[in-house]
Ligand binder design. Structure first.
Ligand code: FO1
Length: 327
């Protein structure tokens, strides 16, 4: 079975670990990774969502943080701060820096982000069974900026500043994905959507992780026309975002912070949206009626990714729902 997953950062990567456990060695997975979180820092290109997928699936991730490398040190970061250079709020670890140095060196040598990602993935993903291929959503520069008003008047800050320095604690008035309308899907992205047996939308942030991928010209249309069933997994559990920070972004785009609200925002494929099925957490089962009324098959299962067993069961439930919808 060929499974394609549109993935963001921590939530998407954790879900992928369960998906690999639920699949068999003959299956294969293509991950279309969000790159709108990317940021240039100290002359280095940092791709948080791509790195989180590589590190999580390649067993290099720091489990507590959910991002960056395990057994990390911060000596270069401290030295940078000693020089007084900004920003000091972004955690660049010494081991993680190697990834950004290799990536930047290859980009400056003329390789595309796709080629760089394939090269980095050889270290992290090549021994995995089922096989995993990680594609950036685009080779073009796309960056999410958030419009805030923190008393200095309305201004846009890079998503990472909003997420890391501001901890998403100030209201987001607007989400601006710079460069998105001029971007083209990376090589293999449209084929991975059109040619898979199941397309999954994991519990990543719907606005800044999934919405950014769907917004790349051509991707949404490919999702709407793929013969594969498209199944989404709710990032909202018990009426709140699991990591407690997506709420502000949903409010910025006027989406109700509920499982049914997010499903409605994605929309049913039969009504111009992208979903055929939606997994809600058992605590949000009351919302299933509204999801079904929107034309999306709904199923309530436990969605808290507390451990690999729970995540594997979630992934299996998504694959089962894909089977139900396809019939
Ligand atoms: N998230 C934080 O909350 N604080 C950080 O200092 C931080 C540093 C960081 C460095 C590399 C990287 O790949 C991810 C990093 N993240 C950090 C996570 C990142 O902001 C988010 O994972 C994504 O951008 C949203 O999914």
């Amino acid at each position: 079975m060929r499974v394609t997953v549109v993935s963001g950062g921590v939530g998407g990567a954790r879900f992928l670990r369960g998906l690999l456990a639920a699949l068999g060695p003959g299956d294969d997975v293509t991950v279309i990774g969000n790159t709108a979180d990317d940021i240039w820092l100290f002359g280095l290109k940092v791709c948080p969502d791509l790195d989180t997928v590589m590190y999580t699936l390649g067993d290099g991730i720091d489990e507590d943080r959910g991002w960056g490398r395990r057994d990390e040190s911060w000596r270069a970061k401290d030295e940078l701060a000693a020089y007084g250079v900004q920003p000091t709020w972004f955690g660049l670890g010494d081991r993680d820096l190697a990834t950004h140095l290799v990536r930047t060196q290859m980009l400056q040598a003329g390789y595309s982000l796709s080629a760089v990602t394939a090269a980095l993935s050889r270290r992290w993903l090549s021994t995995l069974r089922p096989a995993v291929r990680l594609l950036p959503m685009s080779d073009d520069r796309v960056e999410t900026h958030i419009v805030i008003d923190d008393g200095q008047g309305r201004r846009a800050v890079h998503f990472q500043e909003y997420w890391v320095r501001l901890r998403a604690q100030v209201p987001a008035h607007e989400v601006v994905v710079v460069g998105q309308s001029e971007a083209t899907p990376a090589p293999g992205v449209l084929a991975a959507v059109a040619g898979c047996d199941v397309l999954l939308v994991p519990p990543s942030n719907p606005v800044v992780s999934v919405g950014t991928v769907l917004g790349i010209p051509g991707v949404r249309a490919a999702v709407q026309s793929t013969p594969a069933p498209v199944i989404g997994v709710s990032p909202i559990i018990g009426g709140a975002a699991v990591r407690g920070m997506a709420d502000q972004l949903l409010q910025a785009i006027g989406v109700e912070v509920s499982s049914a609200g997010v499903a409605g925002w994605y929309g049913a494929r039969t009504a111009g949206g992208v979903l055929d099925g939606w997994l809600l957490d058992t605590r949000d089962a009351a919302g299933a009626g509204a999801v079904e009324a929107a034309g999306i098959r709904a199923k309530a299962v436990p969605l808290l990714m507390r451990d690999l067993e729970a995540t594997t069961a979630m992934a299996q439930a998504a694959l089962d729902l894909a089977g139900d919808v396809a019939r």
